[in-house]
Design a protein around this ligand. Structure first.
Ligand code: C2E
Ligand code: MG
Ligand code: MG
Length: 716
């Protein structure tokens, strides 16, 4: 025992050896002396000073608390010491500060050490600093882990994919919120159950076998491979999922992590996109895109089979009149009813498609190797489809009858593309439409050549304006007493290689392509410039100038604005401008028509109905619309010389115009006899080669100034 204090008891010394070698720090405190009287080496080590130093000191040196003075520490410790001396043993976990100022945590046991002479207290300290630090560290780690696992769970719960972890027995270990949303089971219901409950049959029954095979052979159908499969909801509903499965090791055991995405909506969206891409939304029939694909397939099959097929195009006759008289809803009903009939008829023999509007197409295969025989079968199919379109439809309580125009093309294995086949069938259909309607026509090569000619003409026509190849000729309109009252402006195209192209040839083309609107604006501007020129001369200032307006131009929403602008730009009198509309304009929407005509009329522009008698205009229209003049078509005038019936018609027309307050002009007057008969019928205005062929502006102006001899058109 180190440094026994003077007078130290022999019994105590007897224990010296144990005292010196104890692993715990042992000290003896003399209460009355106020200092330690014995300390072992472990105590010196704990307090970080020598035992000699220790024996000079009391416990207050090491047990001071923050803000305590040495004296108050001593008082506090004396109180504890007195308890111990009174027989209470004290066991504390305390912190002490070593001589070097370091903190140590200790378990302190205080016992009264019986001594006849002195009040001694034995203190044993066990240094638990490391253990406590380890505990603190452990708690910290636990908190961190708890935080981490909370974080992981919230990550798991917030991912859109369902995450399911299963052990090698297929027992579910983890089931996140998305998995609950996808499968309908709560995590509590799922965890601990076998994952096969999420699978429909037969996967459910095969699952166990699949797992054991994977474990024994490592062969996987799913593990490591993303794939689309089916799953079963708690309700029993089976739905498609995208599953990717990975094998992991957790605590040395294999586990499987499945990432699951419910793709029902994706598949529905995909199906919807496909429906939109390949089917017509109104009738549900395949659309043009699918027709093209079908044609490509047929052509591929034909290369092997050498079989013939037919492509038929159908257009419902006068469908627009149903739309405008019964409304668009009725038009839609009709299209749906026809579509159902058509597709039932074609059924397993081929495809019925809707190309848009009132156009349908059919591809029928299996017409045999012999072309003649195939043509016959195709004709039968056309007749069948025609019959279907003629049968009545119940529309808004009425039995509505329609007809269709069909174009057919029989084709065998050939080098023609789907587009070329379609263009040919379309052409044949237009042929049927223009010839008689309610009929079918087969494509023939002559038609094809005509198309090529028209296409190149249209191409050239687009260049005609910038190249200044268009010009106007003026044909006089003359009163019966030979005064020139005005003229009709007639368009001419001086083609660089084809020579003079007739408007009868290129205007219909320009109409089909919509290019006529641009041409029309040019004509309008040119005509107004001529009127402006006439305005400057007294002899010509009152002349009227008629220009021809096609239905497409008139239909343009900008038409009235274009006319207004041309008139005001040129600064001419609107009363001198006359618009010649053909009867085809009357087939346009009646409200739009009368609205535009009234506006033009209000401005003072004259309206003349061209080629009267060749179209469908009815007396009712003539009464309803603000028209100024009827132009009797040349076909009636030609017949005037030979046909008494025509004279009666012309007379009737002229009488009618008088009743309606309309002026009348006869066009295409070529002979004196025609003129005489027209005058006899009451016609006061004439136009034709007899009174003057179309001529250049200068010549027209000169003729008007003198109201002189008519001049023939120069055809160069
Ligand atoms: P349209 O308006 O009925 O014009 C009358 C056509 O008859 C003109 O043919 C004219 O040259 C011709 N013609 C005049 N007098 C006689 C005659 O005594 N005998 C015969 N056989 N024919 C006569 P053109 O100039 O070839 O015009 C043909 C059609 O082209 C016009 O018929 C008109 O519908 C259209 N057209 C002409 N110019 C224009 C235009 O600027 N715009 C539009 N949209 N169409 C035009
Ligand atoms: Mg005309
Ligand atoms: Mg005419």
């Amino acid at each position: 025992m180190n440094s026994p204090a003077p007078g130290f008891d022999a019994d105590v010394v007897f224990e010296g050896f144990l005292f010196d070698h104890a692993p715990d720090a042992l000290l003896v405190y003399d209460f009355d002396a106020g200092r330690f009287v014995a300390a072992n080496p472990a105590a010196a080590e704990l307090f970080e000073c020598s035992t000699e130093e220790l024996l000079q000191l009391g416990p207050e040196e090491f047990h001071g608390e923050e803000f305590e003075t040495l004296a108050t520490t001593k008082i506090r410790l004396d109180a504890i010491a007195l308890q111990v001396l009174a027989g209470q043993s004290v066991f504390h976990e305390i912190c002490l500060r070593t001589a070097k100022g370091r903190e140590r945590c200790c378990e302190l046991r205080l016992e009264h050490l019986h001594d006849p002479l002195r009040r001694l207290i034995r203190a044993s300290y066990i240094d638990v600093t490391d253990r406590i630090n380890a505990q603190i560290e452990l708690h910290k780690r636990k908190d961190q882990l708890a935080e981490l696992s909370q974080h992981t769970q919230s990550v798991l719960d917030n991912v859109l994919e369902g995450i399911i972890v299963v052990d090698s027995d297929g027992c579910i270990q983890t089931f996140n919120k998305s998995a609950t949303n996808i499968f309908g089971y709560t995590a509590d219901e799922a965890i601990g159950s076998n994952v096969s409950m999420l699978m429909p049959e037969p996967d459910r029954s095969h699952h166990g076998r699949y797992m054991s095979r994977f474990e024994s052979t490592g062969k996987a159908r799913v593990v490591g491979v993303g794939r689309t499969t089916h799953a079963q909801h708690k309700s029993g509903r089976i739905f498609p999922i995208q599953l990717s499965l990975s094998a992991i090791q957790r605590r040395g055991r294999p586990m499987y992590v499945g990432l699951i995405r419910d793709i029902s909506e994706d598949q529905e969206a995909q199906a919807r996109i496909e429906r939109l891409a390949f089917f017509d939304t109104l009738t549900g029939l395949p659309n043009r895109k699918q027709l093209m694909d079908q044609l490509a397939d047929v052509r591929a099959r034909q290369l092997k089979s050498r079989d013939h097929a037919v492509l038929i195009f159908a257009d419902i006759d006068q469908f627009n009149s149903i739309n405008s008289t019964l409304g668009h809803a009725a038009g839609d009903d009709l299209l749906c009813a026809i579509a159902t009939r058509f597709s039932r008829c074609v059924n397993e023999h081929g495809m019925a498609a809707r190309l848009g509007g009132d156009e349908f197409a059919f591809v029928i295969e299996g017409l045999g190797n012999d072309y003649e025989h195939a043509l016959k079968s195709a004709a039968e199919w056309c007749q069948r489809l025609l019959n279907l379109s003629q049968r009545g439809f119940g529309l808004q309580g009425h039995d509505y009858r329609t007809s269709a125009s069909l174009g057919a093309l029989v084709f065998g294995p050939s080098e023609h593309t789907a587009e070329e086949l379609i263009a040919r069938a379309d052409l044949a259909m237009h042929q049927a439409k223009s010839e008689s309607r309610d009929t079918y026509r087969f494509y023939d090569a002559k038609l094809g050549r005509e198309v090529i000619r028209k296409a190149s003409l249209l191409n050239d026509l687009r260049l005609a304006l910038p190249r200044k190849e268009l010009m106007l000729m003026y044909q006089p309109q003359v009163s019966v007493n030979d005064h020139v009252v005005g003229a009709e402006a007639l368009l001419r195209w001086r083609h660089p290689t084809r020579g003079l192209v007739s408007p009868a040839d290129f205007i219909p083309l320009a109409e089909q392509s919509g290019f006529v609107i641009e041409i029309g604006r040019w004509v309008l501007k040119e005509a107004c410039a001529s009127l402006a020129q006439w305005r400057r001369q007294k002899e010509t200032e009152n002349l009227t100038l008629a220009i021809n307006i096609s239905a497409t131009e008139f239909r343009s929403p900008d038409f009235v604005a274009d006319v207004t602008k041309a008139i005001s730009d040129a600064g001419v009198d609107p009363h001198c401008l006359k618009l010649e509309l053909t009867e085809s304009v009357l087939a346009l929407d009646l409200d739009d028509l009368s609205c535009k005509l009234s506006e033009l009329k209000r401005m003072g522009v004259g309206i003349s109905l061209d080629d009267f008698g060749t179209g469908y205009s009815s007396i009712a229209y003539l009464r309803q619309l603000p028209i100024d003049q009827l132009k009797i078509d040349r076909s009636f005038i030609v017949e005037l010389e030979h046909n008494e019936r025509d004279e009666t018609i012309v007379r009737g027309l002229i009488d009618l115009c008088q009743i309606l307050g309309l002026s009348v002009i006869a066009e295409g007057v070529e002979t004196e006899l025609q003129r005489e008969r027209l005058v006899a019928c009451g016609c006061r205005l004439l136009q034709g080669y007899l009174t003057g062929a179309p001529m250049p502006l200068a010549q027209m102006s000169a003729m008007a100034e003198t109201s002189g001899v008519p001049v023939k058109e120069n055809a160069s």
